[in-house]
Structures are given as C-alpha cells and as structure tokens.
Design a protein around this ligand. Structure first.
Ligand SMILES: [Zn+2]
Length: 317
C-alpha cells in the first residue's frame, strides 16, 4: 500500500463514522466495543467488513522510511465478560522501520496490532485483519498466542486484481501448517496470558516503576529474561513496552520495539517520537535486552541515554 494522508484515508470510510473516528484517533488507535456496536448498527455491516474497511486508516500509522510499504493491521480483542456488547475492542497496528539499524529491528503490522491490544490489557484476540498477506515471521509470532487455537481468524484484504471477494477469512493453521510453537517446548499457555513475575527494584521513580510494571507482565518463558521499557515524552506521558519471546527465538519482539509501537499507536498519527527519558528494567539471564534497546534508542533519540535498571525477583515469591 502506498502513502495516503489521514484525511484521504478517513474520506474512504463511511461518512456516518468519519467525524467520530477522527476524534478517537486524536487520542489513540483503539476503538471501544460500545462504539463499534453503534457503528455496526448504523452501517448495517458485520465486524469483519468494518475491520477491512478501516485498514487504510490503520496504515497511516506506518513509519516506513526504508521500504515505503505501508501495512495496516487491526486486532479484535475478546468480548468483555461483564459487558452488554458482544464485540471486543479494535486495536490498530502498523509497521515501523528504523533508519540506521539492521532490518531485523523492524516491527510488522501484525506485531503492532497484537502489542497494542496486549498492552491495553487484552488476554487474547478473536481476529486480525491485514492489508497484505502475513509474512512467515508474523505467522510464527502469532502462533505464540495462548488463544491461537480458539477460533482466532486472519482476515486478509483481497487483491482486487485476483478476486471478486473483498477479503478472505482463515484460521492460522491455514497459513502455518505443521507449526512449531510453545507446546513443542513443553509449555502450556502462551503470549498475552495474564502474568505477574514478582520483580522488584528499590526505585520510586515513575518511569522506572512503569518499566518495572511492564517487565512484570512480559513474556519470556524460554530465557526468563523478563524485561520492560518505559519511554517518557515531552508532555510527561509514559509509554511502556513488554518483551514478547517466541519459541522460534527470532520472531521475539524486544521491549523497546514494543514501547515504540505502543507510543506510535497511542499518540495522534505520525506524531514526533519526542522521547525525553527511557528506562529498561530487566532480569539479566543468559541474554539481555540492553544492547538492542540502546541501539534503537540511539537511532531515534540520540541525545537520550538509556537508564538501565536490573530487577530482582521478590523475596516473597
Ligand atoms: Zn510480517
């Protein structure tokens, strides 16, 4: 997908929701289930179709100075058990590339939408819509999710030249047959499950405590390198990121990539990454997030020095 502006993307969604969508995106790229329910009623379409129609809007969050290839993704969370609406929230995602860094630091749209959902407290996804076929790396990343075998579907926007259909809907095993995942390493559960690792520091600094909270909710079942990053912007807002490990190792997502993703999707589209402070909290084991975090930070905010805080496991645990 090539570049379009926010206004051009919004102009293509149904007129009845344009103004509300614009207001929501000023805050963050998350749409509450109650709003979705009212939009579906108003538009007379189903949730899958709405997700596909919103993809060009998600893609405007892409930061792709290297490829110029704009990917939009939208994750559908689970319905809230105490809610009257049976939809979940929608979480936008988009790809990011970093000039001056190896391509392996890139964040893909599917990772971005999943991270946006996870950091907003979701414990699983019902569906993920995307405007380009998921690459092998993302298929493996998504296979780490604990709920991946519970009716999770991928909605893929159709290539108009090849199909009359607007989109296709398939379960992940369609894209990743004979998969290797957490169960093959003897693990029960997976990514996005609620966890608390009981890490502690003696700091009372608010950015350190935010990074500590993220580390406590990180996912590192293979190395126990529990890690979280917190980034503070020039307005005093703090954005956190959690390490998300993968059974196949390479599709793991660093806490810095996670925090930048969360910052990208929770400010107005294409806002500056005005980072004033950055903290990494981790339990250093056989691996460490420190070199990668420092490298990516130096690409984006060369004047900010990473504050590194080793965490210890609580004596109560
Ligand atoms: Zn991908």
């Amino acid at each position: 997908m090539t570049h379009v502006t926010l206004e051009q993307a919004i102009a293509k969604v149904p007129l009845a929701i344009q103004s509300e969508l614009r207001t929501i995106l000023d805050q963050h790229a998350v749409i509450d289930s109650s709003v979705i329910t009212s939009w579906l009623d108003r538009l007379g379409i189903d949730i899958d179709t709405l997700m596909i129609e919103l993809l060009p809007v998600a893609a405007i969050y892409a930061r792709v100075p290297i490829s110029n290839f704009y990917v939009g993704a939208i994750a559908l969370g689970k319905p809230k058990s105490n809610s009257e609406v049976d939809s979940g929230n929608l979480y936008f995602g988009a790809n990011m590339e970093f000039v001056g860094q190896a391509l392996s630091f890139s964040v893909h749209g599917e990772q971005s939408a999943t991270t946006n959902a996870w950091l907003h407290g979701e414990t699983g996804l019902q569906a993920l819509a995307i405007n380009a076929a998921p690459c092998g790396y993302c298929r493996q990343f998504l296979y780490e999710m604990a709920t991946v075998n519970q009716d999770f579907v991928i909605l893929l926007k159709a290539n108009k030249a090849q199909s009359e259909q607007t989109y296709t809907s398939n379960i992940l095993p369609y894209f990743l047959p004979e998969a290797f995942g957490p169960a093959d390493l003897g693990l029960k559960g997976g990514l996005m499950e609620t966890v608390f690792h009981g890490l502690e520091t003696c700091s009372t600094d608010d950015v350190v405590l935010a990074a500590l909270s993220a580390a406590n909710q990180s996912y590192a079942p293979y190395t126990k390198n529990f890690a979280g990053v917190a980034l503070k912007d020039s307005h005093g807002n703090i954005f956190t990121g959690r390490y998300a490990e993968n059974a196949a190792y390479n599709p793991s997502m660093s806490p810095m990539e996670s925090a930048l993703t969360y910052m990208n999707m929770n400010k107005s589209p294409q806002s500056l990454f005005d980072i004033c402070d950055a903290v990494l909290v981790e339990v250093e084991t056989t691996i460490s997030q420190r070199p990668v975090t420092e490298a990516v930070l130096s690409s984006i905010s060369p004047r900010v020095v990473l504050r590194y805080v080793p965490a210890t496991l609580s004596s109560n645990k």
